[in-house]
Design a protein around this ligand. Structure first.
Ligand SMILES: C[S@@+](CC[C@H](N)C(=O)[O-])C[C@H]1O[C@@H](n2cnc3c(N)ncnc32)[C@H](O)[C@@H]1O
Length: 187
């Protein structure tokens, strides 16, 4: 019995955990190159941001680069929206899906995909916490695919969209910007 326990501990700490850490690091480096590294939105800001977004029940909420899915999970749980998180890192997809299941959230899906390939046509609200250079690359895709959409960019403003800015939540670190795409189209 003691030998089995010892063997399990050795395999877990000597093999499984180091492998997971290496895998995670590899996925993170890839994410960093393709969009942004994983830095979660501070939990205390999530409700503040969602409250300002005035989400409507049944709307479709997407989080591009969803990490542990904390924003889309809170939106589904507290506002009754349908949610989707798109994320490159498969370990984060597994973790976010597990948390959603533990919370009993049904109207939520996590998809492992490069968000530059994601179909945005049906989304009503888009949440982004990405690097400025990635936001610039995403801008034409959002303009093309989103007919009427609230785009929430946490952390960084989207260059070129200043005149379509509806609201800004000021914070010392990581303000949040709210953009309305319908007004963008009518210009
Ligand atoms: C700054 S984190 C934000 C995480 C989460 N949205 C939050 O606010 O807590 C950015 C996330 O985007 C993911 N990511 C970066 N580039 C991506 C891409 N091209 N496609 C999908 N996910 C990407 C990263 O793996 C990371 O989890």
């Amino acid at each position: 019995m003691l030998i089995v326990l010892l063997y399990t501990v050795v395999v877990l700490f000597g093999l499984v955990i180091p492998c997971l850490i290496i895998l995670y690091a590899v996925f993170e480096i890839r994410s960093g190159f393709l969009g942004a590294p994983y830095v979660p939105t501070t939990s205390a800001f999530v409700n503040e941001i969602l409250k300002k977004a005035a989400l409507k029940k049944g709307n479709f909420f997407m989080e591009l680069g969803s990490g542990d899915g904390r924003v889309v999970r809170a939106a589904v749980k507290n506002y009754g929206v349908r949610g989707m998180g798109v994320e490159l890192n498969p370990l984060l997809i597994i973790y976010a899906s597990l948390l959603a299941r533990l919370q009993g959230l049904r109207e939520i899906k996590f998809k492992r995909e490069n968000f530059f390939d994601t179909d945005l046509k049906k989304c009503d609200t888009l949440f982004l916490f990405l690097l400025p250079k990635t936001l610039i690359k995403l801008r034409p895709k959002i303009e093309k695919e989103c007919k009427r959409c609230l785009v929430i960019s946490h952390g960084f403003k989207i260059d070129g969209w200043d005149k379509y800015l509806m609201e800004k939540q000021n914070r010392k670190l990581f303000p949040t910007y709210f953009y309305e795409i319908a007004s963008l189209r009518s210009q």
